[in-house]
Design a protein around this ligand. Structure first.
Ligand code: HPA
Length: 233
């Protein structure tokens, strides 16, 4: 048990899928897993363990932003012996060639966040996912005839800008913006564990198009199925 997670150690699988929204964790668990068991309700950050095609898998919300995913993922890696966390989130497009609902795979995350610096004196502005997990996700996407766009993410601390998005994001070749992957990848690195991040494009900071809640749900299913498929490799 931790201050944020009431689960006992053996209640959580080696692989955890992490949407930002805990209700999405509940949705995936109830729609795709069998024999589900809810292991956490602290702060309503719901977590479930169940079976996917015979393999034990967990799904838990991360909340929004690097401090939140930082806490939950660090506890999963260090207190619950979790090996792999696959974030499944949403992102905003920063380049015109990405369309709404495209599924994006992080090949790196650039951030001005002090998360890594404060956590372990790591001054790198770029953090990386685990190649092996990215390969598993690409394989699963191929099998499902889905295309994953691999690109660099900008992990931001800000959703509402008064002065426009950080110019460093484009200068550093980031194609999308979200708020979590930098901290997740850093935690995986310092704990010797594995991480990856898939996101669907929910809005465009170039064209200012947005998606409806219903559309986001459908797009979320495509991404969840890729993550579930990837978890089997
Ligand atoms: N900014 C940050 N995070 C996001 C966005 C965005 O525009 N869209 C989805 N997640």
């Amino acid at each position: 048990m931790t201050p944020h997670n009431q689960a006992k150690k053996d209640e959580i699988a080696k692989i955890v899928l992490m949407p930002g929204d805990p209700l999405r964790a509940k949705y995936i668990a109830t729609h795709y897993l069998t024999d589900i068991h809810c292991f956490n309700t602290v702060r309503n950050m719901l977590g479930y363990t169940g079976l996917y095609q015979g393999q034990t898998l967990s799904i838990m919300g991360s909340g929004m932003g690097m401090p939140s995913i930082g806490i939950y993922s660090y506890e999963l890696y260090t207190q619950y012996d979790v090996d792999t966390i696959i974030r499944i989130g949403s992102c905003g497009a920063l380049i015109p060639s990405l369309d709404l609902f495209d599924v994006i795979l992080a090949d790196s995350a650039w951030s001005r966040s002090t998360y890594a610096q404060q956590q372990s004196h790591d001054a790198n502005r770029i953090q990386y996912p685990t190649l092996e997990i990215n390969q598993a996700l690409k394989k699963a996407a191929n099998e499902q005839n889905q295309w994953l766009h691999p690109c660099r993410f900008h992990s931001s601390d800000v959703f509402y800008y008064e002065a426009g998005i950080d110019s460093g994001a484009l200068a550093n070749q980031c194609a999308v913006v979200e708020m979590e992957s930098f901290a997740l990848f850093h935690n995986a690195k310092v704990t010797g564990k594995k991480a990856a991040c898939l996101c669907t494009v929910s809005d465009s900071l170039v064209t200012h198009q947005e998606t409806t809640a219903q559309q986001r749900e459908t797009a979320f299913d495509t991404m969840a199925q890729i993550a579930l498929g990837g978890s089997l490799y």
